[in-house]
Ligand binder design. Sequence first.
Ligand code: AMP
Length: 173
Amino acid sequence: MSAIDLKSRVREVPDFPTPGIGFKDITPLLLDPDALRQSVHELAEWTAEREPDLVLGAEARGFWLGAAVACKVGCGFVPARRPGKLPPDTVSASYALEYGENALEVNKHTIAEGARVVIHDDVLATGGTVEAIAGLVEKLGGHVVGVNFVIELSFLNGRERLAEHDVFSLITY
Ligand code: AMP
């Protein structure tokens, strides 16, 4: 079977959640079993080459494919969650959004000293989310051996912000 053009399975929603934002909705991709399988397969192939101990997914849309990729690669999965969602003990990182601040937390016992970690999220926009998570992984003594995304918004230059990392995305705008 020939490969699906995954971009055709992304719904573009203008002015959501705020005016001026072109929201990339991957619901059609998730609904299509072949597109879903292909996405997990391609992400898992790239991830496996980095020989990770863990895939770390960012709340919430990084959970959708992150755990599936970890399962296919045969490694564990760690969630990075919004403050107050994970029980103790956690480490936390704050980062700037377009307006205001956000924070994510990771259980500090999930990443062992020297663990090889691939970070996954649905969309790479400015790179702030993954930059903050990578800082948490490194604070706990882990090594970020790769970061991957379903979608990269290249016009926001997130890849430059993540220049020290090995970056992969399935779909580029
Ligand atoms: P950033 O930290 O700027 O790279 O933003 C990435 C996070 O914001 C991801 O967790 C995405 O889910 C979300 N995000 C940012 N921009 C968009 C967009 N245009 N469409 C969908 N999600 C987005």
